[in-house]
Design a protein. Structure first.
Length: 297
């Protein structure tokens, strides 16, 4: 797929219906300030890159419906004199996402590629932690509730806050609130018994980083199944989302090499060598480039 240039008139970008139009929206997203990124819309666009013929409107409407349902539940509880505290907001999110609409983490088929595509997640009502986490964030932000994704490794978590009180939630496990002991246990299950919690695991991540993390999951699954041509599309989408991120060029070079497209691999790696500031990374890429060109017929 050749990434198209954004049109001069950006007013109709949200009307994307084809994979090329969706890519155009992804490119547009990459040009936005992070605070202006529409997380749900961008995630839908990324999902549609691989789904020609699928129209986004019903998925867009579904996200809108989730937000409206949460707003109605919120107002109903306030009318019953419920205290507007963090516990109330968490319970509403959990009710709308998991009870009313049946979303759950796909623990049984965790590596299913559909779990990393928001369109398929909405269809199937199950997915990866980050996909369901995006749904949490979209709903909460529609209501003006502070929420953020966390830099926790290997398992996406969200944090909500109200009046100085904070809670870390696991969208994959029905919105379970996670204390320090549970976070430590989760980390060890991912990274091994020697792993320990670090303060940077609690750092908030940007909208752009959430989208890149979603796509990293998809890229990994495509590479694991040797779907290299599709993995290239994912890397190009990541490049569009973060034009200043040079590491995608290294991935693209490797993928083109696996596809036997040495010239494209050469171009990507030469761009990476030019842009990476790290001398060891430059040398690694040069050696890889030599190996690729040595196999050229």
């Amino acid at each position: 797929m050749t990434p198209p240039r954004p049109p001069d008139d950006l007013s109709d970008l949200h009307l994307f219906e084809t994979p090329d139009e969706a890519f155009q929206y992804v490119r547009y997203t990459g040009l936005q300030e992070d605070a202006n990124i529409d997380l749900g819309e961008a995630a839908l666009a990324l999902g549609l890159l691989f789904l020609p013929g699928v129209k986004p409107e019903r998925f867009r409407n579904h996200l809108k419906k989730l937000g409206e349902g949460a707003q109605e539940e919120y107002q109903a509880r306030l009318r019953l004199n419920a205290e507007d505290n963090l516990a109330l907001r968490i319970s509403i999110l959990k009710k709308i996402v998991h009870e009313a609409h049946g979303y759950q983490g796909d623990a049984q088929n965790y590596d299913d590629i559909q779990n990393a595509n928001l369109v398929r997640v909405i269809e199937r009502r199950k997915g990866l932690p980050i996909a369901i986490g995006i749904i949490y964030i979209v709903i909460a932000r529609r209501l003006g509730w502070p929420i953020e994704g966390l830099n926790f490794p290997g398992h996406f978590l969200v944090r909500m806050e109200k009046d100085g009180e904070r809670a870390i939630l696991d969208p994959f496990r029905q919105g379970q609130e996670m204390n320090a002991a549970e976070l430590r246990q989760l980390l060890k299950s991912i990274a091994g018994e020697g792993a320990e919690l670090s303060h940077n695991f609690y750092d908030a991540v940007s909208n752009r980083d959430i989208l890149l993390r979603l796509e990293n999951n998809l890229k990994k699954r495509l590479i694991d199944t040797e779907e290299y041509a599709q993995a290239v599309i994912v890397v190009e989408a990541m490049e569009a989302l973060a034009p200043d991120e040079h590491r995608t060029l290294f991935d693209k070079g490797i993928l083109y090499a696996k596809l036997g497209q040495q010239q494209q691999a050469k171009t990507a790696l030469e761009q990476y060598i030019e842009r990476t500031p790290n001398l060891a990374d430059k040398q690694q890429a040069r050696l890889l480039l030599q190996q690729i060109m040595a196999t050229r017929h």
